[in-house]
Design a protein around this ligand. Structure first.
Ligand SMILES: *Cc1c(COP(=O)(O)O)cnc(C)c1O
Length: 403
């Protein structure tokens, strides 16, 4: 590591980083070699990988890589311009039509990432003089969208639609009102009460936007997400998903009415001012959507296995919070305890990342198990054995916060 001896205007960073180090909050990059999957080579070490969002095991599927090769031969690599100039290819158009069909919506719009989709969409829907209501546990990209919009931001307690309704009743000063929520929460693996949120939004004439990033491809009969599984899709005007997680590809998208998509094309700044993704990325996403349609057994098996794993962990005394999905937190309170437990699993060849502030609030650290279709019974067995029981670990004896 370089050591700076001369004083310059960035010296304050040294102190900040040292502070993170002391609180065990300093993050460092690991380098993966080879493909993403159930087993990965990370910093030179082979590990059973419970850290990826490649839930359906598609990131290295030969059908995706084959589609990319074919697209490269006809379209080259870089898109070279933003979509509104000359970056939007026929493959992007095809993917948008396919996403609209898949999601049973009038239209779809592709963004360079799910993060950009959230930030751009919220800021296009509300602005100064408006208000946005956001679940306390929403993903950072939704929160950043709220901030970027310069609308008033009101945070409601996690999943608490009754509290949300009170906030809406009391609120009279704003013109446009937007409610935003994850459908499947990325750290807790629990789901939002979408049916109630729909009712509340309709009663109070507020727009409702949901983020299906972790549910796309996994939840619902056809893999459209939590809104499909709760049969409320048609009543949610703004739905966002990602191609970067279960679909094993890259990019974010929004679906809804044509006028919504038209507005975003004109006003979502991360869309307007960012280069389109390479057309070959769209080709990979199209191949992934084919697999999601043709192989429903992947998502069904994944959710069954996740339920079985949760039962076993709870039987052993672990607290898996409100998880109902392939995302299973093991709650351990303090950041240091989470880091220690994660390190002990790593010694046993298992990669389960510790999640700590600022990703989660202070005192709510956990290990986040991300179960994927490619995990064999034997791999899951090693995980359960590796975790042992909470009582065996002194640092965990204080128990967990109730949420
Ligand atoms: C990962 C994630 C995003 C961002 O999607 P990317 O395609 O990875 O940029 C948005 N929302 C939630 C809830 C996420 O977990």
């Amino acid at each position: 590591m370089t050591h700076h001896t001369t004083h310059n205007s960035l010296n304050w960073i040294d102190g900040e980083l040292a502070g993170l180090e002391r609180r065990e909050l300093r993050r460092r990059l690991a380098d993966r070699r080879g493909a993403q999957g159930a087993v990965v080579r990370l910093d030179g070490r082979e590990l059973i990988n419970f850290s990826s969002n490649d839930y359906l095991g598609l990131a290295a599927d030969p059908r995706l890589t084959q589609a990319v090769r074919a697209a490269l031969d006809s379209q080259g690599w870089g898109a070279g311009a933003s979509p509104l100039i000359s970056g939007h290819s026929d493959l992007h158009r095809q993917l948008e039509q396919r996403l609209a069909e898949f999601e049973q919506a009038e239209a779809a719009l592709l963004f360079p990432s799910g993060f950009a989709a959230n930030a751009g969409t919220i800021a296009a829907l509300v602005g100064p003089g408006d208000v946005v209501f956001t679940d306390r546990k929403n993903h950072a990209s939704l929160l950043d969208g709220c901030r970027l919009s310069r609308a008033d931001v009101k945070v409601y307690p996690h999943g608490d639609w009754q509290q949300l309704e009170k906030l809406l009743q009391r609120d009279v000063a704003h013109s446009r009102r937007l409610i935003v929520t994850d459908s499947l929460f990325s750290m807790d693996g629990d789901v939002a009460p979408l049916a109630q949120l729909v009712e509340v939004s309709e009663r109070h004439d507020a727009m409702l936007m949901i983020d299906e990033a972790h549910a796309t491809g996994v939840f619902g009969q056809s893999g459209r997400g939590v809104a499909e599984s709760q049969a409320v899709e048609a009543r949610i005007p703004v739905r966002m998903g990602t191609l970067s997680k279960a679909l094993g590809s890259h990019g974010g998208y929004v679906v809804g009415e044509c006028r919504l998509i038209d507005w975003l094309v004109n006003r979502a700044r991360p869309y307007v001012f960012s280069t389109a993704a390479p057309a070959a990325v769209a080709a990979a996403s199209l191949a992934a959507l084919d697999i999601v349609a043709a192989e429903p057994e992947r998502r069904a098996a994944l959710l069954d296995r996740a339920a079985a794993l949760r039962r076993r962990l709870v039987d052993r005394g672990w607290n898996a919070g409100g998880s109902v999905s392939q995302i299973i937190p093991v709650l351990v309170d303090e950041a240091e305890a989470a880091v220690r437990l994660s390190a002990s699993l790593r010694e046993k060849g298992l990669f389960v990342p510790a999640i700590r502030p600022p990703t989660v609030p202070q005192g709510e650290a956990c290990l986040r198990i991300s179960l994927c279709y490619g995990h064999s019974r034997e791999m899951v067995e090693r995980l359960v054995e590796g975790l042992g029981e909470p009582g065996n670990n002194q640092s965990l004896e204080r128990g967990c916060t109730t949420r």
